[in-house]
Design a protein around this ligand. Structure first.
Ligand code: NAG
Ligand code: NAG
Ligand code: NAG
Ligand code: NAG
Length: 565
């Protein structure tokens, strides 16, 4: 349906290219607009503070003047805009009011939950911790969200092998260079207490164990019960302490006992909460945002490491492209070195640029006054590269802007704690949009499903860039037609209940496991169950075409090495 519409539009537009005059007029208007916006916002823009995790210190900025933060000047413009656009086609004032309010509400309301509610309580057969055979020590790897998923999996593994879990060590050597330890990022006391009925957890290895035989083991990725109970369980014959060398993707997504899956959710969505000082500031930021009405959290993964990793150089200068290539070549654990940025983008593997996100959100119908919280570190290319988003949505803001400098000071040198703030604000937003499906986007998406299918819009990057290229070539205009196409394209990509996607047809072995949708992206049906008074036959949201599943699968394959978030 949407394909057809898109093709129809495509051919219509080919038949009627813009005249030269329209081109010139459009260009002049755009230039003027940009100049005016630059003038208006340049004063208020001030630099992102440089962060220890960056490779060098770009003067990025998307920080806007304080007066805008609470949106008083914008709060009611929402309605006006929609009304005026409707005036063109409708005559009855009364109807205008109604339909504009409807439209407005639709922008923010979550998809129907179809009666799916969390079901993570242990079943009647659940028993408390088994007598421990030994200790499981854990060395996590990756950025915040990769580490979080890994820790949850390690809890499940400790349960499978009857181990006492020693509080994990966080990765201090990743791209993000954060020296925080577990208790700096997570609420360690709550973690221990919340898991008391599942596994024993201790803060440090008992001194008596220091001289016992230990084994360092890199668990096989995507392993199931048999591997852990037998192959790893056998190690207890010779060792008292097993140390896991890595934590990413060590546990299978599917075909695990229901009790283990529910345990994973109890850890991810309850036991592993952030440290009190992080939760507290996160809450403050959310309250400040909410006090002015609904907001979008945008995970704008347009950061240097991601661009270097993915090889996406669209609209970058030769120098920038070279800088990114150099970073990729010098990062040993990124296996793919030669990447054609054009093909990468065409296949939908590139993060959307800030401008593309601006066109996308505008086309979905979000009015100019919409407040957008950008959950990200430094945007590559800084303020200049943000202009295409800012010109469409002036109320773009970040934590640096909503929280005071003194509130943020304890977080500044800790990228994991900064990322945790973004995570909280993203989970609590009315609408979450990600420009790239990385670790953070996936974790937030799953969490929002768990908390009641909060609206989570997943851009169809491959389809979108095809449209954006036509915009660039002047074959399309940023108008109502484009808006209709983009809106239709995303009707079923809003985070409604659906089952987790299984493996890709035709894949085998490890590729098969790799192609599955990750457990924490969508814990349905393991941790979200449909109440009995709802119709049994649910039309699960058809979120992805098979081709797209394939793309995401391949992307994940190369994405394994991407750290953080
Ligand atoms: C864990 O304990 C249970 C119950 O005591 C036992 O049946 C199982 O074999 C143990 N597994 C391992 C890997 O030790
Ligand atoms: C973690 O870091 C904090 C502050 O830097 C320190 O007080 C604490 O002792 C550390 N804990 C461990 C287990 O290293
Ligand atoms: C990258 O791919 C595009 C499209 O397939 C092609 O036109 C271009 O020549 C390629 N660039 C390089 C450097 O290979
Ligand atoms: C962050 O670390 C740098 C260098 O290690 C230090 O100069 C700076 O004061 C620290 N900033 C904060 C807010 O702690």
């Amino acid at each position: 349906m949407q394909q057809r519409q898109y093709r129809r539009m495509n051919s219509r537009l080919r038949r009627a290219p813009l005249t030269r005059l329209q081109w010139i007029a459009g260009y002049v208007a755009l230039t003027l607009g940009t100049l005016i916006l630059t003038y208006i916002f340049s004063d208020g823009l001030h630099s992102f503070r440089s962060k220890t995790h960056s490779l060098d210190h770009h003067d990025a900025s998307l920080v806007l003047p304080k007066e805008n933060v609470l949106g008083q000047t914008h709060g009611l413009n929402l309605k006006q805009e929609l009304v005026s656009s409707h005036l063109r086609s409708t005559k009855l004032a009364l109807h205008i009011e109604d339909s504009s309010l409807d439209l407005q509400a639709k922008l923010w309301e979550p998809p129907a939950d179809k009666g799916f509610v969390p079901c993570v309580e242990p079943g009647p057969a659940h028993s408390g911790p088994k007598p421990a055979k030994g200790y499981l020590m854990v060395s996590t790897n990756g950025g915040l969200n990769q580490m979080r998923a890994g820790i949850c999996d390690m809890v499940a593994i400790a349960r499978l092998i009857n181990a006492t879990l020693v509080i994990p060590e966080l990765d201090k050597g990743s791209f993000w260079q954060d020296a925080s330890n577990f208790s700096d990022v997570f609420d360690v006391e709550y973690f221990i207490k919340a898991l008391a009925n599942d596994i024993p957890v201790i803060k440090a290895l008992p001194p008596s164990m220091k001289s016992e035989p230990k084994v360092l083991k890199q668990f096989r990725s995507w392993s199931g019960v048999k591997y852990y109970e037998q192959e790893i369980g056998r190690l207890w014959l010779n060792y008292k302490v097993i140390k896991a060398a890595k934590t990413d993707l060590r546990l299978a997504n599917n075909h695990l006992p229901a009790e283990i899956q529910k345990l994973r959710c109890r850890v991810h969505y309850d036991a592993l909460r952030f440290a009190p000082h992080i939760e507290a500031l996160g809450k403050v930021i959310v309250e400040r945002l909410r006090s002015a009405g609904p907001y979008i959290a945008l995970h704008l993964r347009y950061e240097k490491d991601m661009l270097a990793f993915s090889g996406c150089t669209y609209q970058l200068s030769t120098e920038e492209a070279q800088e990114l290539t150099t970073i990729r070549e010098n990062t040993p654990h990124w296996k793919v070195k030669k990447i054609n940025g054009t093909e990468q983008r065409r296949n939908g593997f590139c993060p959307l640029t800030p401008t593309e996100v601006g066109v996308f959100l505008k086309s979905l119908g979000y009015p100019e006054s919409t407040r957008i919280y950008v959950a990200a570190g430094e945007i590559y290319g800084g303020r200049e590269r943000m202009s295409g988003l800012l010109s469409r949505f002036p109320n773009v803001m970040s934590k640096e802007y909503i929280a005071t400098a003194s509130e943020l000071a304890p977080f500044f040198n800790h990228s994991s704690q900064m990322a945790a703030l973004d995570y909280i604000v993203s989970v609590e937003s009315n609408v979450f949009v990600s420009s790239y499906s990385g670790n953070m986007a996936r974790a937030v998406e799953g969490h929002r499903r768990f908390l009641g299918h909060r609206k989570t819009i997943s851009p169809d990057r491959k389809e979108l860039v095809a449209l954006f290229d036509m915009l660039d070539q002047g074959l399309l205009k940023e108008d109502q037609n484009l808006a209709d196409v983009i809106t239709t394209m995303h009707e079923n990509r809003q985070g409604a209940p659906r089952k987790r996607k299984g493996p890709l047809k035709g894949t085998k072995g490890r590729d098969r496991l790799r192609s599955e949708e990750a457990f924490y992206t969508n814990p349905t049906p393991d941790c979200l169950c449909q109440q009995s008074d709802f119709p049994k036959h649910v039309n699960y949201e058809q979120n992805y075409s098979p081709q797209e599943t394939e793309r995401e699968g391949r992307q994940m394959e190369s994405g394994v090495a991407v750290q953080r978030r």
